[in-house]
Design a protein around this ligand. Sequence first.
Ligand code: PBG
Length: 327
Amino acid sequence: MDLVKRPRRLRMDGRVRDMIRETRITKKSLIYPIFVEEGEGIIREIPTMPGQKRYSPDTLPRALEEAAEQGIQNIMFFGIPKHKDECGSQAYCDHGIIQEAMRAGKKYVPELLYIGDVCMCEYTSHGHCGIIKGDSVDNDKTVPLLAKTAVSQVAAGADMVAPSDMMDGRVAAIRSALDEAGYIDTPIMSYAAKYASAFYGPFRDAAGSDNFKGNRKTYQMDWHNRREALKEVDTDLEEGADIIMVKPALSYLDIIREVRDRVNVPVAAYSVSGEYAMIKAAGAQGMVDETAIIAETTTGIYRAGAEILITYFAKEIAQMIDEGRIG
Ligand code: PBG
């Protein structure tokens, strides 16, 4: 055949394939979420997320060291308190579980970057992400508590805060509360486009939010919508967000791409508990090659435009990067 273009030329040699890769993944862009439970001596398997565990502040440092040894640099904490109440007071308590986790992390593994998830659902008796009024969450009563939560996390050592509640005006309120407390250099990574997703199912179990009934449709976004995600992103940027997040990841690759093309800030994607659980379950059943699926889905999220990935597979991905399988 008389062909001018032979795309296969660049696929013949593995070294050339490596050379021309369009998507590069670095360990430094991974964020590993860890669940921290109030108590002592806890290393508890999370049944809905095989391979993930809950730790108490005393068992946590070993898990952090392990992550650091694998080259992971960024950690996000979710706290599980002993006592929950109507107003989620353990979220903004100076000695709450997430604050204690921050202190333990900073003390024993100071080289890691610590990000606090700022929300109330793990701390409220009803499991909603804020204060309940009638049959919905009261936005304006909730926002000051989120700001208080963010400040208390930073006071305990958090290097960054990530509000995941989806209340209106929370980024502005958190920014001004942090500034007022003197934390002008602490960045906010906002869960800007966060959908009301069934993919959070396993997380509810992991975070002890199994008390939660109903849904979050009055604050998280309807997954039929694309423009609304852009509105949320624009709003959070106007309010001072430094990094924008899209969540979940795999069913929202179009949103990741569109946000990436539109804004001038770093874009993060959160590959959530349900995405993790599905891959784990199918892998354990021998239905798919788990490692290969992790590699391909992860690369897909970066190819869509994410520059930061929050993932429970962080350690596996770090190992694959070391082995040259991806990135
Ligand atoms: C808290 C929060 C949730 C997740 C992250 N932060 C749960 C929810 O919104 O219901 C989900 C993370 C995951 O599924 O891995 N609001």
